[in-house]
Design a protein around this ligand. Structure first.
Ligand code: HEM
Length: 249
């Protein structure tokens, strides 16, 4: 598991410096990650045992009782599913939400537009995800010789799919650094593409939509109340610190 996904783990926090950067020798970092995974596994082993004994309608019960080709999931796969869901589902939406709050504090006109026209709610969520692009990249290995954008790719080459660059490509998005709740079209790649496109994209959009919908009538404006700081992760990340003042409607 990448260290970035474990940025909130208490062991890493204890060793964090400044803006959340982890300046550990590689070996210690590996030990910390192994310890964090062991903690995750202990937590989810207990949870899945409980859900096998008493299933509910939650996703942990679905994983705990999953059967593939007549066989229950093995422990390793089950832990993998639990950990990816917990990690992928939490850092991403929180980073997008925080990034949007910052954009709304810096450009109050955007929130005023959405308040005046709630049909822009979906737009604000999409723009939040495009602008923040919390999953910054994923790697792929070419399974055959091919060509991308005139560049020859050999079978076995490693490719970095840089979602941040794609989502700020000026040949696709006008004024790409501007947060625009009414941006249309907004065909960003923040959820990846293809067979492994984000499994939680509908949940992520729904969570964020509910949040902004709930705030619509309650918040008049948002002010910055201190200095924001980014996490120094190069994989999954966003704002680590964002002091805000919400002005009630
Ligand atoms: C704004 C929020 C989110 C963003 C930007 C995001 C982004 C991504 C990206 C870029 C990938 C890799 C896609 C690829 O390899 O082509 C991914 C995979 C995944 N995401 Fe998300 N994600 C978000 C929220 C969530 C949520 C809420 C969940 C679940 C609770 C989730 C679960 C997953 C899982 C399970 C995968 C692996 C899918 C696979 O390998 O087949 N994500 N996500």
């Amino acid at each position: 598991m990448p260290i970035a996904l474990l940025a909130g783990h208490p062991l890493l926090r204890r060793h964090a410096h400044g803006e959340g950067q982890c300046d550990l020798p590689e070996q210690s970092a590996t030990q910390l990650v192994a310890g964090a995974i062991a903690d995750f596994e202990a937590y989810f082993a207990k949870l899945t045992a409980e859900r096998r004994a008493n299933p509910t309608d939650d996703v942990a019960s679905t994983i705990a009782n999953a059967v593939i080709d007549g066989e229950p999931l093995n422990d390793r796969d089950m832990m993998g599913y639990c950990i990816i869901l917990a990690a992928a589902g939490h850092d991403t939406t929180s980073a997008s939400t925080a990034g949007t709050m910052l954009a709304l504090a810096q450009d109050p006109e955007q929130w005023a537009r959405v308040k005046a026209d709630c049909s822009l709610l979906g737009g604000i969520v999409e723009e939040a995800i495009r602008c923040t692009t919390p999953v910054q990249h994923f790697m792929r290995t070419a399974s055959e010789d091919t060509e991308v954008g005139g560049q020859a790719i050999a079978k076995g080459d490693w490719l970095m799919m840089n979602y941040v660059a794609a989502n700020h490509d000026p040949s696709v998005f006008d004024d790409p650094r501007k947060f625009d709740a009414a941006r249309s079209p907004n065909r960003h790649l923040a959820f990846g593409a293809g067979a492994h496109q984000c499994l939680g994209l509908r949940l992520a959009r729904l969570e964020m939509r509910i949040l902004f919908e709930t705030l619509l009538d309650r918040i008049d404006s948002i002010d910055l109340a201190g200095e924001p700081a980014r996490s120094k992760s190069t994989f999954v990340g966003g704002l680590k610190t964002l002091p805000l003042r919400f002005n009630a409607a």
